[in-house]
Design a protein around this ligand. Structure first.
Ligand SMILES: NC(=O)c1ccc[n+]([C@@H]2O[C@H](COP(=O)([O-])OP(=O)(O)OC[C@H]3O[C@@H](n4cnc5c(N)ncnc54)[C@H](OP(=O)(O)O)[C@@H]3O)[C@@H](O)[C@H]2O)c1
Length: 244
């Protein structure tokens, strides 16, 4: 019988950057557990891409703003053989507005998803990883969290908070053999950036182009793999020079 393969769980693993991460980690040999709020053509496409790599795909449906629902979906994977080797927190939203006009819903939904969602979906794994004394936690933050972005006070705050969380968690659990790092993309070609005015954005990027989801996934692959075993508590920027 074939030995069980290591698995990677991607929170928000069925669209955009998350879908690329799922596909890339499957190529790397991981079985994939991906969350989405619902099964869709996007999750079906990721399932097919993972199957094409002869890896097993499991879809978990949950809204990461809902702690109980998320906990229930993750429950079978929190310990024992099903505990993933790698947990990637990729889910996130942006609801942009100038701070002077930002309403409570724009503020709260972004913080709820990007920051509280991290607590709801990643914290449950930490105890099992500590017990096993092995694991990788990779968090997708943003150049906006590193440098700040006008019109994104809510989003920048949530992404900067994730950077703080990654650094603090790295200090807490490094000794337990768990590597914790962040990846900070700049402007990447997904639905999140589809309405940006590229004539104004591109001049800010020294490489003069947006990034691809595969370019972000490649860095996640590196952080999940065997060449990054001394990288810990770091924020790896993938931004074409947007933030230097
Ligand atoms: N695109 C960029 O330029 C860029 C730059 C820097 C950082 N990022 C970050 O990269 C990550 C992925 O962004 P993307 O561009 O790929 O965006 P996207 O295509 O809009 O995907 C957003 C992802 O977040 C998930 N999600 C959103 N709200 C959720 C909720 N309440 N519960 C569960 N899952 C939820 C979505 O899951 P569903 O399948 O359920 O919709 C989806 O997987 C985000 O954290 C984003 O902030 C993106």
């Amino acid at each position: 019988m074939e030995a069980r393969k290591a698995s990677a769980l991607i929170v928000g693993g069925c669209r955009g950057i998350g879908a690329a991460i799922a596909t890339r980690l499957a190529k790397d040999g991981f079985d994939i557990i991906a969350t989405a709020r619902a099964k869709s053509v996007d999750s079906d496409a990721v399932a097919a891409a993972v199957a094409a790599e002869n890896r097993v795909f499991t879809l978990l449906t949950c809204d990461i703003c809902n702690r109980e629902q998320t906990r229930a979906a993750l429950e079978p994977y929190l310990e024992g053989d099903l505990l993933p080797e790698v947990v990637v927190f990729n889910a996130g939203i942006a609801l942009d507005n100038l701070f002077a006009f930002m309403d409570q819903e724009q503020w709260s939904r972004v913080i709820d998803t990007n920051l509280n969602g991290f607590y709801n979906s990643v914290q449950p794994f930490v105890f099992g990883m500590i017990a096993r004394r092995r694991g990788r936690i990779i968090v997708i933050t943003s150049a906006s969290g590193q440098a700040g972005q006008a019109g994104q006070v809510n989003y920048s705050a949530s992404k900067a908070a994730l950077i703080g969380a990654v650094k603090a968690l790295a200090r807490e659990i490094g000794r337990k053999g768990i590597l914790v790092n962040a990846v900070a993309p700049g402007v990447v070609d997904t639905s999140m950036t589809a309405s940006l005015p590229m004539d104004k954005v591109l001049p800010l990027i020294p490489l003069n182009r947006v990034g691809t989801t595969a370019e972000v996934a490649g860095v996640v692959s590196f952080l999940a793999g065997s060449d990054s075993t001394y990288i810990h508590g770091q924020v790896i920027a993938v931004n074409g020079g947007l933030v230097i």
